[in-house]
Design a protein around this ligand. Structure first.
Ligand SMILES: Nc1nc2c(ncn2[C@@H]2O[C@H](COP(=O)(O)OP(=O)(O)OP(=O)(O)O)[C@@H](O)[C@H]2O)c(=O)[nH]1
Ligand SMILES: [Mg+2]
Length: 150
């Protein structure tokens, strides 16, 4: 069975690195003062199929890194901070994935401290999973959905 490449998008502080750590405890993160400057990498195996997660930096100045990490991706995973309202940056990132022809799934993160229902309704038509990277909620469901999408 083929490996799956997942590219993880989302703006600064959304919880991308925390999520990849929740998926694989030994995940690699390259950061500086708590913000990712080049990438995260983690791996999971679902039904014998390897899923590789590449986390991108959220800061806009790293646009080029997202392009590099998106090459050959089978699925895009958009991580949203549910404590914040949806911004133009989020919409822009979703459009970027669409333009690249990458099917996309949304993880509504920080459900431990936010009400996710209102945001969920804004993404009608998308596969949306609610959870908390920090608490580990929704992570298993997410991995299985990704494997099914690819
Ligand atoms: N309460 C809560 N906090 C979270 C959750 N997930 C992440 N955080 C916190 O949010 C902050 C940012 O998390 P990161 O994982 O570094 O965010 P990121 O998306 O990788 O950020 P950049 O690398 O700068 O783009 C950290 O303080 C995390 O502990 C969650 O599910 N619940
Ligand atoms: Mg990060």
């Amino acid at each position: 069975m083929e490996d799956v490449k997942v590219v993880v998008f989302g703006k600064e502080n959304a919880g991308k690195s925390t999520l990849i750590k929740a998926i694989e405890h030994d995940a690699i993160n390259i950061d500086k003062k708590d913000t990712t400057v080049s990438m995260d990498y983690g791996r999971a195996v679902v039904s014998g199929r390897k899923i590789h997660f590449y986390g991108t930096p959220g800061q806009e100045r790293f646009d080029f890194m997202r392009d590099i990490l998106s090459k050959g991706a089978n699925v895009g995973l958009m991580v949203l901070d549910s404590t914040m309202s949806i911004s133009e940056v989020d919409i822009h990132l979703l459009q970027e994935l669409k333009q690249k022809g990458i099917p996309c799934l949304i993880f509504l993160n920080k459900s431990d401290i936010a009400d996710t229902e209102a945001i969920r309704q804004k993404f009608n038509g998308f596969t949306v999973i609610t959870g908390s990277a920090k608490m580990g909620n929704g992570v298993n469901e997410l991995i299985h959905s990704l494997a099914n999408l690819a």
